[in-house]
Design a protein around this ligand. Structure first.
Ligand SMILES: *[C@@H]1O[C@H](CO)[C@@H](O)[C@H](O)[C@H]1NC(C)=O
Length: 482
């Protein structure tokens, strides 16, 4: 009996060392079993969120947030009641392994207990970083034995930080470290930009088609408002019209490569083409195009520019479409991917031609009329769902029975909730931000744990509240060209 167990253990050990050897060359972020920490930003209050998976979750482990890179942590004895971080009680979500569930954020902070208020001198252990030079601004105790959790902190995120990031930025704003009881850093992350992830993975994904990659996208990409603060100026209109917090440049810098562009036409305006969400006017198309063009020149990344819906001012005729297409041609010129590439082109083919912008136009007659400019549309798989359960079932179904896999035309899972008309009028759902906070952490886990292998484009509202970009890059880095 003992012999059998020993032999089994030996086989397992051999297997383990063999698989480890196979992985020796890959970076740790490509290993799906490694402890990993993420920083995201909630939509409703723009609070910093921190999440992790594959955590040992031992006694004494902590998740510490700092505003600078923490190279080491030291414990200090401080008097009780030193406030470390505020955790507003109605915010916060978390989940255990397997079954995502909503867990209110209580009982997990390292905030001093408020009960023992009588003993003034009572001391407690706290962590400081870099020998005391760097303050810990939030501390969270993982629940013991729970390897995956997601929390909203009370730390506000300023989108000016995001706008200031450049292609040179490695880390900015916030860092999060997972430490054990001795203060050893087991995993660390920071807010990052991903301005060249496609180019960085060229040796692995260069022979693949866009359809073969996991590509992060945004839903209603042009529905953002510069310098908007949802805590100050939210109205019924902004609650149901805005879908992103970063502008187009910010979205691209943070890894998005599929843009969902809905153009309206306003005949008498000096800027006749505008992004619309439904019937509300958002940004001038010119601003969006400038940011796409500048980004592509700076990074050489490939972008799918999906035009659809044409909600306002196009009428039944084709005249305004022709105006729009000639405008796009004038603006993007040589950057426009020539349709002779086809969706079957590899990234290398695309880079060889230096035609990085795919104009995917959702109007067949126009695609036929402009065969030298327009690709057919990206198929959007939009479930029009109002609850997470429905959305989850829908996303699982379209991925499980995916007939589109045999075509090279990209498809986009639309991973967001959609309010019904009366929900908007009566403000029943609390707005798109609240709906995004409800599903974004779940979407992140669904694609990370289950759907990532075969995912193509995945588009979300308020994408900074998801880990889709990092997950997409990881899955792409692990892909093997066949
Ligand atoms: C962004 O950069 C500007 C100019 O360098 C600076 O004045 C500003 O403080 C920065 N904003 C943030 C939030 O860091």
């Amino acid at each position: 009996m003992v012999g059998k167990v020993l032999r089994l253990a030996l086989v397992l050990l051999l297997l383990a060392s063999w698989t480890n050897e196979g992985r020796a060359q890959t970076e740790s972020y490509e290993n799906p079993k490694a402890l990993k920490v993420w920083l995201t930003i909630s939509a409703r209050k723009r609070f910093l969120e921190v999440s992790w998976s594959n955590a040992p979750a031992n006694k004494g482990d902590q998740l510490l947030v700092t505003r600078e890179d923490a190279l080491s942590f030291q414990s200090q004895l401080l008097r009780k009641h030193t406030p470390l971080a505020g955790f507003p009680s109605e915010e916060g979500s978390g989940s255990g392994d397997g079954s995502p569930s909503y867990v209110p954020n209580s009982g997990f902070t390292a905030r001093p207990a408020t009960k023992a208020a009588s003993k003034e001198e009572e001391q407690e252990q706290y962590w400081v970083a870099n020998g005391g030079a760097t303050e810990v601004v939030a501390a969270i105790e993982p629940r013991q034995g729970l390897s995956t959790q997601w929390f909203t902190t009370g730390l506000p995120f300023d989108y000016a930080l995001s706008r200031n990031a450049t292609v040179q930025t490695a880390c900015y704003g916030f860092w999060a470290s997972y430490i054990d009881a001795q203060g050893n850093i087991l995993a660390k992350t920071c807010l990052k930009v991903f301005p060249r992830w496609m180019n960085d993975l060229k040796s692995k994904i260069g022979e693949m088609r866009l359809r073969d990659l996991f590509i992060p996208g945004t839903h209603d990409s042009g529905s953002y408002r510069p310098n908007f603060d949802p805590l100050l100026r939210e109205s019924l209109v902004t609650k149901y019209a805005l879908t992103q917090d970063d502008d187009i440049r910010g979205q691209l810098m943070h890894g998005v490569r599929y843009l969902d562009i809905r153009v309206g036409y306003y005949r008498n305006s000096p800027d006749p083409f505008f992004i619309y969400h439904g019937i509300t006017k958002q940004r001038p198309l010119q601003e969006v195009i400038n940011q796409v063009r500048d980004f592509v020149y700076e990074t050489n990344e490939i972008i799918i520019f999906g035009l659809k819906e044409f909600p306002v001012g196009f009428g039944k005729g084709l005249g305004v479409h022709r105006l729009l297409i000639s405008y796009l041609r004038d603006q993007l010129k040589d950057l426009i991917a020539h349709p002779s590439l086809t969706w079957g082109a590899s990234l290398r083919d695309i880079w060889a031609r230096r035609q990085n912008v795919f104009l995917a136009y959702d109007h067949e007659a126009m695609v036929e009329e402009f065969p030298d400019v327009l690709f057919g549309s990206v198929e959007q798989r939009w479930g029009n769902k109002q609850t997470w359960d429905q959305l989850e079932t829908y996303l699982r179904n379209v991925n499980d029975f995916d007939v589109s896999r045999f075509s090279s035309r990209p498809v986009s899972d639309m991973a967001e909730l959609t309010p019904e008309t009366w929900d908007v009028i009566l403000d029943k759902t609390g707005g798109l931000r609240k709906m995004a906070d409800n599903v974004n952490w779940r979407i992140s886990q669904l694609y990370r744990n289950e759907l990532g292998t075969n995912a193509n484009i995945v588009s979300a509202d308020f994408i900074r509240g998801t880990t889709l970009v990092e997950t997409a890059i990881e899955y792409n880095a692990r892909k093997i060209y066949m």
